[in-house]
Design a protein around this ligand. Structure first.
Ligand SMILES: [Zn+2]
Length: 376
């Protein structure tokens, strides 16, 4: 899958290369060929005047095993809604059902789908409004050997290992599933993404075990297990983890982003590394909606457009260890996102129901994957 494409006259924001100006982006044979140069003769031309053109946005935390898990949403519908070209599934599938995810969802998708493989055998298998069984609460489901085998069998799509911890996800097993997940990550040489919900285990205990390049997801969750103390100061273990190179990822979802935590952390100068949605079937109609909405929330917190683009492109590409994604340098993969900054009042709600009103919102125009264009 590759094409020739020109995105004409948009505001090009490419934080990795320090670019923010009006330009034509030219893609040839599925790769970035340059700005304001002659296009291949048969190139498709998209008028991007008045729109924003960025490296293909990466949503680092999604659930897109549609049909195979109750929380999955359709990847291509979601990619167009959110103007994301790369969707990283965060442990929907484990080694017991990853082959089906690869064959039935990842391979046919237009969007680029990568995955953290869950260390629990069947991934997140029972997450709905009526039935919720934590996939980490029974240690017999921890599948170290199988996870290592499946990760090695799918080197093009498995980019890391996932585990979920907390009263909801691991219950009586507490922090023990992290021992298994760390062992698999070590054995396979892959980074780990760790979910944290309510204690036990505590935020501090979990983040203290993560290594350089591992991702702590749901990093600005509300109390209990918020990243800061009640007086608003950042927990010492959180600062120590950043010093070590642990990556902090938003993953908004249904229960994991609060204005209170975000404001307290930003006031302390502690910014998340990555903005992501944790999109799934129970939060796609709010409060998360999609990653453009989560980016909009950070603009409401005072971030500039280039800053939210950076946290959704080159920053997640770094977490994925993919230097061909997340920027528009010559030779990079021809994945591009196009969206608009629409003016008009919008109510932005967090997971506690607190609403902040804002005067603009980012809305999708379309995406290109490897130079192939699809309009939203
Ligand atoms: Zn999730």
């Amino acid at each position: 899958m590759s094409g020739n494409l020109v995105l004409r006259g948009g505001r090009v924001i490419d934080p990795a290369n320090g670019i923010d100006r009006i330009a034509d982006v030219v893609i040839a044979d599925g790769k970035i060929a340059g700005f304001d140069i002659d296009a291949p003769r048969n190139a498709e031309v998209v008028d991007a005047a008045g729109a924003i053109v960025t490296p293909g946005l990466i949503d680092l935390h999604t659930h897109v095993y549609w049909g195979g898990t109750s929380l999955g949403v359709d990847p291509d519908d979601y990619a167009l809604k959110s103007a994301c070209t790369t969707l990283v599934d965060a442990g929907s599938a484990g080694p017991g059902n990853y082959h089906g995810f690869a064959k039935h969802v990842i391979e046919p998708a237009f969007s680029r789908v990568l995955a953290y493989l869950h260390v629990s055998f069947a991934g997140i298998y029972a997450f709905s409004s009526g039935v919720r069984v934590g996939e980490s609460d029974n240690m017999r489901l921890m599948a170290a050997r199988e996870a290592a085998i499946v990760a090695r069998a799918h080197p093009d799509t498995v980019i890391g290992i996932k585990v979920r911890l907390g009263a909801h996800a691991s219950g009586p097993s507490g922090i023990m599933p992290l021992d298994v997940a760390l062992d698999v990550a070590d054995e396979t040489g892959l980074p780990l993404m760790v979910h944290i919900d309510e204690p036990p285990p505590s935020y501090g205990e979990v983040v203290s075990r993560l290594r350089k390049g591992d991702v702590l997801t749901h990093c600005f969750r509300p109390f209990p297990n918020a990243p800061m103390h009640g007086d608003g100061t950042v927990r010492a273990e959180v600062r120590a983890a950043r010093e070590r190179g642990v990556i902090f990822d938003i993953a908004h979802g249904q229960g994991s982003f609060s204005w209170k935590s975000a404001r307290a952390m930003l006031a302390e100068g502690f910014r998340p590394d990555v903005i992501s949605s944790d999109i799934h079937s129970l939060c796609i109609n709010g409060p998360a909606h999609d990653n453009l909405r989560v980016m909009t929330k950070f603009m409401a917190l005072g971030w500039s457009l280039p800053e939210v683009v950076e946290a959704s492109s080159v920053a997640p590409a770094r977490a994925l260890r993919r230097d061909d994604l997340g920027h528009l340098g010559i030779g990079a993969v021809g994945d591009v996102s196009v969206f608009r900054e629409a003016m008009g009042d919008i109510a932005l709600d967090d997971v506690t129901g607190l609403v902040i009103n804002y005067d603009r919102c980012l809305t999708s125009v379309g995406i290109a994957r490897a130079g192939m264009w699809r309009a939203a």
